[in-house]
Design a binder for this molecule. Structure first.
Ligand code: E4P
Length: 229
């Protein structure tokens, strides 16, 4: 599985990349807001200059097909490594599949985002031009956040992506390190991971015994600052 870094803070992106574990980046409007981005295109250019060969997904901001198309054409011109993120629906719930088809016909690399159902996966994959490479971002963590069991959804999404080679399945909304194990087992091509979770990957391979020991040591450290009586 490939690990992407999910965020829009350039210094954290650089830190994640320095771990040697990251093969690409994803951003979205909320992550840009959280990262303090105010000028989209100058941020995008800085990112592309910092990582000239790495796949990077930038999302359109529009909420209608016409604006999304205009923005998609600007974003794809920023560089060959850019995947243009198009939400599978607009805020009224209208399918963006016709726009995805139109952009894919132009051979713009797409990352279809905000996907939570197999029907949406099918709509995205069906809209891709044969022979092109695109990403299908399934928001698994957001489903888990509301208590849903998502294994079947991920497996079915894998099967749908297999029906059109070049459709890369990406696990989005990563909540913990264990999601990387799950995404890998369930056949995802990519998982995008927030920098604070990437920084935990240095602990991979710790034994259960070490974790127990670390736990009691941490308790003792905190106890030394407390009064028992
Ligand atoms: C990445 O491409 C997605 O936009 C991101 O993983 C969504 O994460 P969230 O659901 O935690 O906002």
């Amino acid at each position: 599985i490939s690990i992407y870094s999910d965020g829009a803070d350039l210094s954290k992106m650089k830190e994640s990349y320095a771990s040697g574990l990251v093969d690409g980046f994803t951003t979205n409007p909320s992550l840009m807001k959280a990262g303090g981005v105010t000028d989209y295109l100058s941020f995008a250019k800085d990112v592309l200059t910092a990582f000239p060969k790495v796949p990077i997904s930038f999302e359109v901001f529009g909420d209608d097909a016409e604006t999304m198309k205009k923005e998609a054409l600007i974003l794809k011109d920023l560089g060959d490594q850019v995947f243009v993120k198009i939400p599978i629906i607009d805020t009224k719930g209208n399918s963006m599949a016709p726009l995805i088809k139109e952009l894919s016909e132009l051979e713009i690399k797409l990352n279809v985002t905000a996907i939570t159902t197999t029907e949406q996966v099918r709509n995205a994959v069906d809209a891709f031009k044969v022979g092109t490479t695109n990403i299908v971002s399934i928001f698994v963590g957001r489903l888990n956040d509301v208590g849903m069991d998502t294994d079947a959804f991920v497996k079915e999404s894998r099967a749908i992506c297999d029906s059109k080679p070049g459709s890369l399945l990406l696990w989005a909304s990563t909540r913990e390190v264990y999601n990387i194990v799950q995404a890998d087992r369930l056949g995802c091509d990519i998982i995008t991971v927030p920098p604070q979770i990437i920084s935990k990957l240095k602990n991979l391979g710790k034994s259960a015994e070490e974790i127990s020991l670390d736990t009691v040591k941490a308790f003792q450290k905190d106890i030394s600052e407390l009064d028992f009586s």
